[in-house]
Design a protein around this ligand. Sequence first.
Ligand code: UGA
Length: 440
Amino acid sequence: MRITIIGTGYVGLVTGVCLAEIGHKVFLHDINQEKIKLLKSKKIPIHENGLLKLFKKHLEAKNLRIESDPNEALQASNIYFICVGTPQLRNGKPNLRYLFDISNKIKDYIDKNKLNNNTFIVLKSTIPPGTTKELQTKIFKKDIYKNVYLGSNPEFLREGNAVYDFMNSERIVIGSESKEFIRTIKKLYSPLSKKSKIFITDPQSSELIKYGSNAFLATKISFINEMSKLSDKVGGNIDDVSQGIGMDKRIGNEFLNAGLGYGGSCFPKDTRGLAYTFSKNKIPSKIIQSVIDINNKQRKYFFNKILKRFSKQELKSKSVLFLGTAFKPNTDDIRESVGIYLINMISPMVKNILIFEPIAKENSINALSKLNNVRFQKTSISKIDYDCDFMIIATEYPEFIKIPHKNLKKLKDRVVFDGRNILNREKLEKNGIEYIGIGK
Ligand code: UGA
């Protein structure tokens, strides 16, 4: 099938490349000409496992084409995947401007060309419940645009694992009032139907599934983070608590790791978006607001552990080794990264900060360029300079767990603040290192 992807950010790019991989002919379009130029030069703007290889493969095989002209992009197919950003306004309200802009462009294109063949508009962008319906009533009025079919088809891709997730998704959710839409989009995904269950529902429920999934996972994280404070107080080990709770299959142990809290471009935005949707509908939602509040406080709780261990006077002369600025491992994304937040908080209080970040270094250098006591290490975790007064871990990179023995020796008599609870207290203490984790 021929498919046009509108918006080549992280979601659009992964979706487009993976749709080409399952046998479709895909046209990628973006209003950002810089991005188009980059894609045309066979480069991609994000770091995502396996994506570049597939992107090049399908460009060369001509299953993927980059379209800079909006009319040509719309002409190329009759299935439009809308993957534009829905950034947030101050009050948590998602900004749907780009979504409405492109919908109006599609409408104008249909009007101008007097099209009356079937057109399918697939909404991939994360949108508040009711948005598909709103587009239908405000732009693609059913009595006028009889052959334009709309539906919601949210993504459940984790950054860093997005290609794998697309190919091996547990569920593909399609929410539409139109049988024609459901039939077509189901066919489009049929190469994945052996691995993924295709779940059909109405658009509002589909939109709620997306918000609900992210908010539920965020709730698990905030729950275990709240428990970690109690564990600190009574002298428990939150890792064991989490493991013990998660052994109950009804609960499961994923997203139960206590630490600095969640960051990134999805959980913070979607929990705020859901809280906004509750309040817009005049339904008080204590759970979601608490999840957000606990997450915001968790990083301060950790910061206070540093302030408890060292006085402000002592901190002034301290050199810090800081591991991890990406919001999670294996991505170059630093949006709402707790690591970046902490560096901004700590930098004015200490002598200097030496940072090691394996993947998101370039973005982090730009984000922290105003801090003049911050430096980045160039090499790998086994070769970095461990000379510091204390160390902080802010991202759960697996390689940080395996700090070589010879380097642990260099940390003797130092303090390690483990914001992701990934290191082993006993091992560190055996090497004369003081260990401070969260809830253990
Ligand atoms: C999340 C969801 O997991 C995806 O299913 C969804 O499609 C995506 O948002 C989206 O809406 O686009 P992502 O933001 O890539 O994916 O990251 P996650 O792996 O979910 O991690 C989010 C944050 O939670 C990270 O900062 C991570 O460090 C933190 N986290 C995760 C914890 O603090 N504890 C945990 O136990 C798990």
